[in-house]
Design a protein around this ligand. Structure first.
Ligand SMILES: NC(=O)C1=CN([C@@H]2O[C@H](COP(=O)(O)OP(=O)(O)OC[C@H]3O[C@@H](n4cnc5c(N)ncnc54)[C@H](O)[C@@H]3O)[C@@H](O)[C@H]2O)C=CC1
Ligand SMILES: O=C(CO)COP(=O)(O)O
Length: 323
């Protein structure tokens, strides 16, 4: 069994470690030469997943051609780079998309981008509440594993499942992707609430009303309600909205403390996907006639377009309505 992983950030490295934990041959494509050298030489990724010894059966490479003999490839790049890396992947090999976001410019979900970039490759989506460092340590984790072809889903999920890593099958690819993309934007909102000291009632309200926004948008795009209420939707929303381990939550916390979005977003090495997804999601929601006031508020703060107090007041002053 020969798995490949594209992207050696925190999540790609953690997934490589998961697959290689029993000595399986895993090849990991990394963008940065120093990451390739550190993984092959010292069996660690100090840049993106520090402090975690990696299995020697992970071999890193900077050459996409080295994935040509793989029979399964996990794609774990930032969402905005998925098109570029998938276009270079070997054709016809099943791709498991693990990135969370919506492509800027096109408004496409990752499965739609991958289908354009690599039309002959079967596509599945892995998404759920999964902090990379916990998965890399072997802590118990469950995910949604979505694929239109359920026979293939069963085969691929069995390849990825481990005693402490449980994929739950779904054929709702769109639903799995929308949950993962939207929760990142809502996590920024919850971080803002934390940074501004608005309290736990406010956070719970944001999670709940944010979930209503996710559901409205998802249903309008053909997702199923039970997927949005599952691991890749509500599950990931709760995780990401509850901890500074989340890059999106941390970004929001900085905004809530009064830092400017421009300062927080400049020169960061790790990806806070919600910042990229928010404006694309807002535009898609407006075009579909779906109300997403929390997403609109996050966009205003990310664009440094309105002071925090004004954004909070506007949300609280919305007309009273049925829940
Ligand atoms: N970190 C986590 O706990 C989880 C992350 N994800 C998702 O996985 C995806 C990757 O995130 P992380 O692994 O956390 O990344 P990261 O923030 O740890 O690292 C950034 C990654 O971006 C890559 N990169 C930068 N410029 C690039 C380019 N031009 N082309 C290709 N790659 C480039 C870097 O090589 C590096 O792999 C994101 O969509 C994220 O939402 C999903 C679940 C958990
Ligand atoms: O997607 C994640 C957990 O499921 C990671 O969240 P952050 O990207 O906000 O760190």
């Amino acid at each position: 069994m020969k798995a490949g992983v594209i992207g050696a950030g925190a999540w790609g490295t953690a997934l490589a470690q998961l697959l290689a934990a029993d000595g399986q041959d895993v090849r990991l494509w990394a963008l940065e030469a120093d990451v390739v050298d550190a993984i092959n030489g010292a069996h660690e990724n100090p840049l993106y997943l520090p402090g975690l010894p990696l299995s020697p059966s992970i071999r890193a490479t900077g050459a996409m051609a080295d994935l040509a003999d793989r029979d399964l490839i996990l794609v774990v790049s930032p969402a905005q780079h998925l098109r570029g890396v998938v276009a270079q992947a070997p054709a016809g090999v099943p791709l498991v998309l693990c990135s969370k976001g919506i492509e800027a410019g096109t408004g496409l979900l990752m499965s739609e981008v991958a289908a354009q970039a690599q039309p002959s490759s079967p596509i599945a989506v892995l998404s759920g509440p999964t902090f990379a460092h916990e998965v890399a340590k072997g802590l118990p984790t469950a995910v949604t594993f979505a694929c239109a072809d359920q026979a293939l889903a069963e085969k691929l999920a069995a390849r990825i499942a481990r005693p402490t890593f449980r994929p739950y099958l779904s054929d709702d690819v769109v639903g799995a992707e929308i949950g993962g993309a939207v929760k990142n934007v809502l996590a920024i909102a919850c971080g803002v609430s934390e940074g501004a000291g608005l309290g736990l009632n406010a956070r719970a309200s944001l999670i709940s009303r944010g979930f209503a926004e996710m559901t409205r948008f998802g249903l309008a795009r053909g997702a199923r309600a039970e997927t949005l209420g599952g691991l890749s939707g509500l599950g990931d929303l709760v995780l990401t909205c509850s901890s500074t381990n989340s890059r999106n939550f941390s970004l929001g916390k900085g905004l809530g403390e009064g830092q400017s979005a421009a300062d927080l977003l400049s020169n960061r090495r790790t990806v806070a996907e919600g910042a990229h997804t928010a404006p694309v999601l807002r535009d898609a929601a407006r075009a579909a006639g779906v109300e997403m006031p929390v997403v609109e508020a996050v966009c205003a703060l990310l664009g440094d377009a309105a002071p925090l107090a004004q954004v909070i007041d506007a949300l609280l002053a919305r007309p009273l309505r049925p829940e």
